[in-house]
Design a protein around this ligand. Structure first.
Ligand SMILES: [Zn+2]
Length: 350
């Protein structure tokens, strides 16, 4: 099992969870930016709670409970998460989550579910009632807790309000504002800090040995370190650099919506839209602060402040649509056509 101790920016939060032996509230809520390692921190804390010989350094990794957890067989570790998140999750989380996911029918091809279903919440509720061991502790980890719809959240609220004996809950979300206030009110929230660009560069360098200059562009993408780590491992770093260059200096083939949408599709729709939206937000921030003295007007996809504002909202809406049932490719082509068209418009203005 990977230790959250490998993520320097999470140390202060980890210390509160793993290092501090105080009994914390029965329901914890870990919030923080996407792809910064919150789920790994939650997994390590869950392992600590279940471990039969845990210390201030975390789970012992030797006892029967640790062995069961690492073998993905622990009966008292319950994981809920939307199916689409399992693809990029730690294998321990993914295998424990399978217990509550709707199995795909033989030969059926479907888009992985974007939500935690009410059926999953009901199945969890029943499992918690039927798997009682005297004195035993159960841990429920809900990753992507914001993907519970209203019905699922209501079903989960009942479970949180009347927890079975010895049950601890850990909720994890990158978008805490989407959780109902009723769920918030049942939890103690701990915020996880996102790394600075310099921290991200140092961490990626220690893992991949790349030169800092190669990593500066990636760190500017606005993606979390876990996403960037995956992008480097899967050899998609050059494409991300290309997309950032398209944003900074759109010209030639970069002006083509087809080129833009094709590049985004190769990077991965969700991550590409996130990069574009983060770049638009940076442009808005810079325009509000004003350019440094003597600096030339930047030539970028979002040089125009009004366009940058509108692009930020449109890209946010596109990210929401991609999370629904729409065709990802169509959604991508639509937003790339708009970005390219509006860029020509802003550049042609006096
Ligand atoms: Zn142990």
């Amino acid at each position: 099992m990977t230790s959250a101790g490998d993520y320097p920016w999470l140390q202060s939060t980890r210390q509160k969870l793993v290092g501090d032996r105080r009994e914390l509230h029965h329901c914890l809520f870990l919030a923080g930016g996407p792809a910064i390692g919150k789920a790994m921190l939650a997994l390590e804390f869950a392992a600590q709670l279940l471990c039969e010989d845990s210390g201030t350094e975390g789970p012992c990794k030797k006892c029967r409970a640790c062995h069961l957890l690492c073998s993905s067989l622990h009966p008292d570790f319950h994981v809920l998460m939307p199916e689409f998140l399992t693809e990029s999750s730690d294998p321990i989380l993914e295998s424990h989550a399978q217990r509550y996911l709707e199995p795909a029918r033989t030969g059926q091809k479907r888009k992985p579910s974007e939500q935690i279903s009410i059926d999953s919440a009901r199945a969890l509720s029943e499992a918690l009632l039927t798997t009682v061991r005297p004195g035993g502790r159960k841990v429920v980890l809900i990753v992507g807790a914001d993907t519970m719809n209203r019905n699922t959240a209501n079903a989960m609220l009942k479970v949180l309000e009347e927890p079975t004996e010895g049950t601890r809950f850990i909720l994890v979300s990158s978008y805490p504002y989407r959780l109902p206030a009723t769920i918030h009110s049942r939890c103690i929230r701990l915020d996880c800090r996102a790394p600075s660009q310099d921290e991200t560069i140092r961490w990626l360098q220690s893992r991949h040995g790349a030169s800092p200059n190669d990593l500066i562009g990636l760190a500017k993408s606005g993606l979390g370190p876990m996403d960037l780590d995956e992008i480097i491992r899967e050899d998609r770093a050059a494409m991300v650099q290309d997309l950032i260059r398209c944003c900074e200096n759109p010209s030639g083939k970069a002006a083509s919506p087809l080129f833009l949408s094709s590049l985004c599709a190769q990077i991965g729709t969700r991550q590409a839209l996130s990069i574009l939206q983060s770049t638009a937000l940076d442009a808005v921030r810079q325009s509000l602060q004003g350019p440094p003295e003597g600096a030339q007007q930047p030539r970028s996809l979002f040089a125009d402040q009004n366009l940058a504002f509108e692009a930020f909202y449109r890209l946010g809406a596109a990210r929401e649509r991609v999370n629904g049932q729409v065709d990802e490719q169509l959604c991508l082509e639509d937003i790339c056509a708009w970005l390219s068209a509006d860029r020509h418009y802003s550049q042609s203005r006096p």
